[in-house]
Write a protein that binds this ligand. Structure first.
Ligand code: NAD
Length: 483
């Protein structure tokens, strides 16, 4: 394979310049399909975060801060166009870096372009209100940027998460400091190069790769940051929120999930089947909104189990570049975590398994997709986020049982209902504890236009859609007394 990297990956972007991290240290970036070293990235430090925050502050008091919403929107739209022109290049980077099968990597690049288009178009359509008040007053509201926004991004969907958070923040006129994940950084850096080409002014976007405990912790504790968008694990999200709280800074937390699909006896099973499986194994299950629990009403349980088992038998696992249904996990560490969960299922029946390509390198982080049947709702595999290609089948009898089981974890990100009963659709959509509910479909992560976020341990705040623009802005009320 030819080297997909067209830029120097060992640098940070600060104040419009590509520079080494202070101290010059670098970190290895590993290709999870075969364990080889793909590149070295900068090991950003607290000093680099300081410089990036200063650059962002300067941008706000300079060109970027003075730019009209219309012009910001045009730049983002141009950026979306550049991303579209480079979909294949970006997909190659993501496949090598994250281990994402090429088709899924291309879809992420197209989604990144779509975020830029959506927020480019929306930038000049965020309006305030006039508010009826006392006689002799005119009162109106203004939506203003927070100022400097911090963006801490994980490795599983770098392009989509950068699109939805940085895209919306730039549209509102914030200046961004982005800290990509140390495991997968290449598309973040590529995005920043394209942003410069599109005309994002100096300092409006700064990128500091590095370790979470160093660059990430420094960013979340920095007193010059006005808002933090964090996507990642519950444990790290809590640390970021605690650090931000010391500066009284608002935080959006997009954390994990244990999202259920509820299949009733009156469901269209032909329509449901592809979603039931794909929502669990897409990106090798490393999706916050993966559907890892399949709740099935007793009357169709055996049929769904048999059909999912057939679908699992057709799942092949191998290197990202071969573009199979399932690639490797991000790292040997993640593989070890998922294997630990699989061991916990030793007492459960296995209803389906995929197969590993015989030629897959032994040095790759591969895990065979596995479907467990008859899983008690209180079993660890039915409650904990696994973040691998593992799904559990749980039978239920009544609608009440289904709701109780579905709402019975600490998480609440996405849920779906498969039923042809319209009244039941409406009842369940209200009673399920989740940030998104899909009826007769499942949109794992999809839908640039759709507000997204969780309840409970899945986090708080909303990104995506128009709603994100409210999250990345603050509201000012102006009360004019004119008599
Ligand atoms: P993680 O929390 O370990 O890392 C996420 C990011 O936080 C990385 O950039 C990392 O460098 C940084 N980080 C680590 N320690 C930090 C610290 N002390 N201070 C500040 N930043 C720090 O998570 P992960 O293992 O990379 O990602 C997997 C998790 O992310 C899963 O739990 C998954 O559900 C969640 N996730 C959620 C969404 C969502 O939209 N809800 C999307 C993707 C992933």
């Amino acid at each position: 394979m030819t080297n997909p990297i067209w830029f120097d990956p060992s640098l940070c972007l600060i104040a419009g310049d590509w520079v080494p991290a202070t101290g010059g240290d670098t970190l290895p970036l590993i290709n999870p399909s075969d364990g080889s070293e793909l590149a070295r990235i900068a090991r950003g430090t607290g000093a680099d975060i300081d410089r990036a925050v200063s650059a962002a502050q300067s941008a706000l008091s300079g060109d970027w801060g003075g730019m009209s919403a219309l012009e910001r929107g045009r730049i983002l739209t141009r950026l979306g166009q550049l991303v579209l022109e480079r979909v294949e290049d970006l997909a190659q980077l993501e496949a090598a870096d994250v281990g994402k099968p090429l088709t899924q990597a291309r879809a992420d690049a197209v989604a990144l372009a779509r975020y830029c288009e959506f927020y480019g178009g929306a930038a000049d359509k965020v309006m305030g209100e006039t508010i009826p008040y006392l006689e002799g007053y005119t009162v109106y509201t203004l939506r203003e940027p927070h100022g400097v926004t911090g963006h801490i991004v994980p490795w599983n969907y770098p392009m989509q998460i950068i699109g939805r958070s940085v895209g919306a923040a730039l549209a509102m006129g914030n200046a961004c400091v982005l800290k990509p994940a140390e495991e997968a950084c290449l598309t973040a850096l590529a995005f920043a190069h394209l942003a410069q080409e599109a005309g994002v002014p100096t300092g409006a976007l700064n990128v500091i790769p590095g370790l979470g405990a160093e660059a990430g912790a420094a960013l979340s504790a920095h007193p010059g940051i006005h808002h933090i968008s964090f996507t990642g694990s519950v444990a790290t999200g809590a640390l970021v929120q605690a650090a931000a709280a010391r500066n009284v800074v608002p935080v959006t937390l997009e954390l994990g999930g244990k999202s259920p699909q509820l299949v009733f006896e009156d469901a269209d099973l032909d329509a449901a089947l592809p979603f039931l499986v794909n929502a669990g194994i897409q990106n090798a299950g490393q999706t916050c909104s993966a559907s890892s629990r399949i709740l099935v009403q007793r009357g169709v349980y055996d049929t769904v189990r048999a059909r999912m088992s057939e679908a699992y038998a057709r799942l092949t696992v191998g290197p990202a570049i071969q573009d199979l249904r399932v690639g490797p996990l991000i790292s040997p560490r993640q593989k070890q975590i998922v294997e630990g969960f699989l061991a916990q299922g030793a007492d459960l029946p296995i209803a389906g398994q995929g197969q590993l390509l015989q030629t897959a390198p032994a040095t790759g982080a591969y895990v065979i997709p596995t479907l467990f049947a008859d899983v008690p709702p209180d079993h660890r595999l039915a409650r904990d986020e696994i973040f691998g290609p593992v799904q559990v089948l749980i039978p239920f009898d009544t609608e009440e049982d289904a709701i109780r089981i579905a709402n019975g974890t600490d998480y609440g990100l996405v849920a779906s209902i498969w039923t042809s009963n319209g009244a039941r659709q409406m009842r369940l959509a209200k009673r399920l504890r989740a940030g998104q509910v899909f009826i007769n479909n499942y949109g794992a992560g999809g839908g640039v236009e759709l507000p997204f976020g969780g309840v409970g341990k899945s986090g708080h705040g909303r990104e995506k859609g128009f709603e994100a623009l409210y999250g990345f802005s603050t509201l000012k009320t102006v009360a004019a007394h004119h008599g």
